[in-house]
Ligand binder design. Structure first.
Ligand code: HEC
Ligand code: HEC
Ligand code: HEC
Ligand code: HEC
Ligand code: HEC
Length: 372
């Protein structure tokens, strides 16, 4: 069968269109929102940079995903906000349009590397589009907090008694009493009202709009409610809403702030020099509360292995390496890092090497580990 010329042209045109279409889809996938923001940003930095060498480096850079991995404040967070918000710690961007503008000054010391963004702002740290990142799509329950709402974020780490720097929450807390909300609602540690639902965790239960609506117009969500309609002005409504949204029932007082502070103090401690003896090593073992997790000769905890015959199992070199960084030898180890001075490391290893007391009970469990 002969294919006519017009047929051939039509076929070729079809193939070309198909290729173009595919190419367009591939191009679309790569040309995502964050890329175009970053390209704009790079162009702006290029302009604001005078150093020629720096200019070259900037010109050679292609867009890439930037992220902060935040541990130490509840569950791990991966915050990619800085992929778009690239100028936040660059004073040259004070007048730049969003998302590039320098971050406004905040009270307290909260470096981005340690605190990330979603700790204060909520939103979806992994999102790479404005809708995903700000968590304003319908599948994300914690949309971006902005303006005075950010105090809800502050209260996660600075709960009652509230800081002077969170005036809106303080006002809300006062109104909760002044407007007699406390008479009908229980908030753990605040009030014991029983006529309405408990509000200790209302912040995790409902989105901010629902809480606001319940205050402004109690009948909206429950037509027969006995909750009265209050005459509150806009500022009062905002304060009560922000205050209630910050009620998550999580008692973080003993959490982030104290943990962070004690970790900082611990890290600032200069590990002392000790005599290099097994006896000094035993004191280190006791002072560092190793016994909280380890048993030696029948005394101690069970989270880590019994170390009663550890001296038969490992070499000194292994021990020292393990103490400097447990995860370098035992992947995913949950044993904490401690800071030791060199003499503490030596003494501790001497002490551990001296633990060889085989008993009928531990002989079976602790066969020596060959070669280590
Ligand atoms: C894809 C790029 C992109 C990502 C990712 C992104 N943002 Fe934004 N952000 C923008 C843009 C663009 C604006 C300004 C326009 C707007 O508000 O939509 C903005 C505005 C903001 C504002 C000001 C809002 C206002 O109305 O004043 C805040 C606060 C903010 N972002 C925080 C965040 C946080 C926190 C994250 C991460 C959880 C994040 N952004 C992730 C692009 C992004
Ligand atoms: C310790 C809390 C905290 C952290 C952490 C934090 N912010 Fe903010 N952010 C604030 C406060 C407070 C404001 C000012 C709110 C206001 O007055 O409108 C703000 C405002 C903003 C704005 C709006 C700025 C403007 O000019 O309107 C953006 C955008 C923003 N933050 C982005 C980020 C990004 C991105 C990160 C992470 C790199 C981050 N923030 C980390 C507390 C924080
Ligand atoms: C993720 C936890 C966290 C969040 C969220 C947070 N802070 Fe802090 N804040 C801390 C820690 C930890 C310190 C101690 C830091 C230091 O001293 O180096 C601190 C210190 C402070 C201080 C210094 C006074 C003091 O008590 O040490 C102020 C003021 C403060 N924060 C205000 C705020 C405000 C306002 C917000 C919200 C915009 C906020 N914080 C959000 C953890 C947090
Ligand atoms: C006379 C008792 C009474 C007082 C006073 C009262 N409430 Fe309520 N409130 C209720 C009852 C009852 C409900 C449950 C709605 C229903 O199903 O009837 C409710 C519901 C709510 C809810 C929704 C909770 C949920 O989980 O659905 C919020 C938020 C709320 N009240 C806030 C307030 C605030 C803020 C004040 C003070 C300004 C206040 N209430 C004063 C009785 C009261
Ligand atoms: C929070 C609990 C905890 C504390 C505190 C702790 N450990 Fe451990 N340790 C473990 C666990 C769990 C293991 C088992 C392996 C793993 O998961 O890391 C372990 C393993 C060990 C081992 C065996 C490593 C091997 O396989 O050869 C030694 C030795 C050890 N710890 C010594 C110490 C010393 C010394 C201290 C105090 C400075 C200490 N540990 C504090 C939990 C702890």
């Amino acid at each position: 069968m002969q294919i006519g010329l017009s047929m051939k042209i039509a076929l070729i045109a079809g193939v070309v269109l198909l290729l173009l279409g595919n190419g367009f889809i591939v191009y679309k996938n790569f040309e995502t929102e964050w890329r175009s923001y970053q390209k704009d940003y790079l162009a702006m930095v290029y302009e604001r940079t005078t150093d020629l060498h720096m200019k070259e480096i900037i010109a050679a850079r292609s867009p890439r995903i930037e992220q902060l991995v935040i541990t130490g404040f509840g569950k791990e967070r991966v915050d990619r906000c800085v992929t778009c918000h690239m100028g936040i710690d660059d004073a040259r961007f004070a007048d730049a349009p969003q998302p590039f503008r320098t971050h406004p000054k905040m009270p307290g010391n909260h470096p981005y590397r340690t605190f990330g963004c979603t700790t204060c702002h909520a939103g979806n740290g992994r999102g790479l589009s404005v809708v995903d990142g700000h968590g304003t799509g319908k599948y994300w329950t914690e949309p971006l907090l902005k303006g005075v709402q950010i105090e809800i974020g502050c209260a996660k780490c600075h709960p009652s008694p509230y800081l002077p720097e969170t005036p809106v929450i303080r006002k809300g807390a006062a109104l909760f009493h002044a407007s007699a909300c406390y008479g009908c609602h229980r908030i753990e540690g605040v009030s014991n009202g029983k006529l309405g639902p408990e509000l200790t965790r209302v912040g995790t239960k409902w989105p901010i709009e629902y809480i606001r609506e319940s205050i402004v117009f109690p009948r909206a969500n429950s037509p027969l409610t006995i909750m009265p309609t209050f005459s509150l002005n806009e500022d009062d409504i905002v304060a009560l809403t922000v205050y209630l949204k910050s009620q998550t029932g999580e008692n973080l007082v003993r959490g982030p702030v104290i943990q962070y502070d004690s970790l900082r103090q611990w890290k600032a401690r200069k590990p002392p020099d000790v005599p290099v003896t097994a006896q000094a090593g035993e004191s280190v073992f006791r002072d560092m509360a190793c016994r909280a997790c380890h048993t030696v000769n029948g005394v101690g905890g069970k989270i880590g292995p019994d170390l009663s015959v550890y001296g038969l199992q490992r070499t000194k070199a292994y021990m020292i390496q393990h103490h400097i960084n447990p995860r370098s030898l035992i992947g995913g180890s949950i044993m904490p890092d401690f800071d030791y001075s060199n003499s503490e490391l030596e003494a501790l290893s001497l002490y551990l090497s001296s633990l060889k007391k085989l008993t009928v009970d531990n002989a079976v469990v602790y066969a020596p580990v060959k070669g280590q």
